[in-house]
Design a binder for this molecule. Structure first.
Ligand SMILES: [Zn+2]
Length: 308
């Protein structure tokens, strides 16, 4: 979609990453004979080196008569089943922003029609990112919380945590994840924040500049799982895209969807605002993948050239 191309890749690093994504998506979409013998499970991760907060693709050549297949990272399972073509399957894996930099093992397990189990492992290197620091001044009432407000904030955080632990078996998302508003990035993902001189929680999404009441679009197909007024994020909408992927839209002036609504990609969810802890109209866009806090731009770049 045209509006999703608004973001420009400015740095050389971005260019390199982008060309890599072409290769990754090329592999995902490639048409041809499976490169490996029928009854072996060959797996690869692309890229094989990622940064904290990145998303990567796991690709597996599957045994004939596949019955089930999944991946495992740090003891947690994740699905591998989209882009199935000519004996290959793929899955997306999100690396939380606080994942310790190290080399990890990813396991892929598959079973065939006669319940024979295939297992294969590969390694993924996670590199540290210097996310930088942002210093902000805000009204003390939004920073030094009284006990009642603190209780509210903690309750809201618990509620969201439970929500993000949910896993919908059905994959609703399809193809590319698009930008939810047309606007440049004002605050990047992961920035450590110092508010009124005190270190606070890091920025777990990206802030996009937009005018008050500009439409906010669903970044992919999903189900509305939350519409509420929260203390920090103000008027908020959260979508469940299936397979553990959630997207968040914060600080809205108005929400135009209701809980349990099923929305298409690009559907209007609400309007940009400055509700909650915000210094002016903008959209905060966040992505969770099986609980991992990931950079929405990483998901955008990785899926940009996927077919619907
Ligand atoms: Zn934000």
């Amino acid at each position: 979609m045209e509006r999703s191309r608004k973001f420009s890749f400015e740095t050389l690093e971005d260019q390199v990453r982008l060309s890599f994504v072409f290769i990754v998506t090329g592999l995902l979409l490639s048409v041809g004979k499976p490169a490996y013998a029928e009854n072996t499970l060959h797996v690869e991760v692309l890229p094989s080196v990622v940064k904290q907060g990145d998303v990567c693709v796991i690709r597996a050549s599957r045994p004939a008569s596949l019955k089930s297949i999944y991946g495992e990272f740090q003891g947690e399972r994740f699905p591998i089943a989209f882009g199935v073509r000519n004996g290959t399957s793929a899955g997306l894996l999100g690396i939380d922003m606080d994942t310790q930099p190290a080399t990890y093992e990813i396991k892929v397990v598959a079973t065939d029609g006669s319940s024979r189990v295939y297992s294969s492992a590969l390694s993924l290197k996670v590199e540290k990112v210097d996310f930088g620091t942002q210093t902000l001044s805000l009204p003390p009432s939004m920073v030094d919380l009284d006990s009642k407000t603190l209780e509210r904030v903690n309750e809201e955080a618990r509620r969201l945590k439970v929500l993000f632990q949910g896993f919908r078996d059905e994959r609703l998302w399809s193809g590319a994840f698009i930008f939810p508003v047309q606007g440049e990035i004002t605050t990047v993902f992961g920035v450590r924040r110092v508010i009124n001189g005190q270190p606070r929680s890091p920025h777990t999404g990206v802030d996009l500049r937009a005018e008050e009441r500009a439409p906010v679009w669903a970044c992919n197909i999903g189900v509305v799982v939350l519409v509420d007024q929260l203390f920090f994020s103000g008027k908020s909408v959260i979508l469940d895209h299936g397979w553990g992927i959630y997207s968040m839209y914060f600080h809205l002036s108005e929400a135009l969807v209701r809980q349990e609504d099923r929305v298409s990609k690009g559907a209007i969810l609400g309007r940009v605002g400055s509700t909650g802890r915000s210094t002016g109209p903008h959209l905060h866009w966040g992505i969770r993948m099986s609980g991992a806090r990931v950079d929405p731009l990483s998901l955008f770049r990785l899926t940009e050239h996927l077919r619907e």
